[in-house]
Design a protein around this ligand. Structure first.
Ligand code: PGA
Length: 254
């Protein structure tokens, strides 16, 4: 069984002090963690402080987004080079909120993935269908296109380092969760696509997280599914107790 990967997506939440306290508590509570990989994704402006707090710990720090160029006249943007420079190891790419509110297309996401690799960052690529797409039985079609266009031109070595987060849009921040079976089914479909394109070894080593209203009360049934290799946690990652509970579930299952 692969090591589960539990990542917290803090989104546009917390103050500097709250982010620091949360990071310190995770550092102290998870000092000896080795069965499960854990990461946090604070907003850009807290990354440097959180990286400093977690330096020397086993907790990864990722950004929630980055720009597709490495430097230049792009007012207001943050580059992968900068993320790497302050100590990030990971970056979330193509979150549904980026796709929805900031018009990110699969082609932009593909460019961002390529830039992330060239900056030596490990991307977490988010895919997932909207409610109306699920209702129209288009989940596989939508996720299939997100993957084929998103991963276009990437090498097997790059894809092997990728984490994919399957996040049905209708389950994000809504309290609605995909049933463990629904999630497992899409995860298996995603792994099948990876196997077709990059071979069995890559498909077996890639980690596919589930995301969408994961909390301590549903973590066990979700993480217990054979195709689910971790979770991308939004709301429940903002509270240290509830995030630590989810990590404990992953440790227990490992
Ligand atoms: P949620 O968010 O856990 O609050 O539903 C998950 C995500 O968007 O990554």
């Amino acid at each position: 069984m692969k090591k589960q990967f539990i990542a917290g997506n803090w989104k546009m939440n917390l103050t500097l002090e709250e982010a620091g306290n949360l990071a310190k508590r995770l550092r102290d509570e998870l000092a000896n963690i080795n069965k499960v990989d854990v990461g946090v994704c604070p907003s850009f402006i807290f990354l440097r402080d959180v990286c400093k707090i977690l330096q020397g710990s086993k907790i990864y720090v990722g950004a929630q987004n980055m720009y597709l160029e490495k430097s230049g006249a792009f007012t207001g943007e943050v580059s992968g080079v900068m993320l790497k420079d302050v100590g990030c190891t990971h970056v979330i790419i193509g979150h549904s909120e980026r796709r929805m509110f900031f018009q990110e297309t699969n082609s932009i996401i593909n460019s961002k993935l390529k830039t992330a690799y060239s900056c030596d960052l490990n991307p977490i690529l988010c895919v997932g269908e909207k409610q109306e797409e699920r209702d129209a039985d288009k989940t596989e079609e939508v996720v299939g296109i997100q993957l084929s266009e998103g991963l276009d031109g990437l090498t097997s070595e790059q894809v092997e380092r990728l984490t994919i987060a399957y996040e049905p849009v209708w389950a994000i921040g809504t309290g609605k969760t995909a049933t463990p079976e629904q999630a497992n089914e899409v995860h298996a479909y995603i792994r099948g696509i990876i196997e077709n394109r990059y071979g069995k070894d890559v498909a077996q080593s890639i980690r596919i997280q589930y995301g969408g209203s994961v909390k301590s009360s549903n973590a066990e049934e979700l993480l217990g599914q054979p195709e689910i290799d971790g979770a991308l946690v939004g709301g429940a990652s903002l509270d240290s107790d509830s995030f630590l509970d989810i990590v404990s579930v992953a440790i227990k299952l490992s």
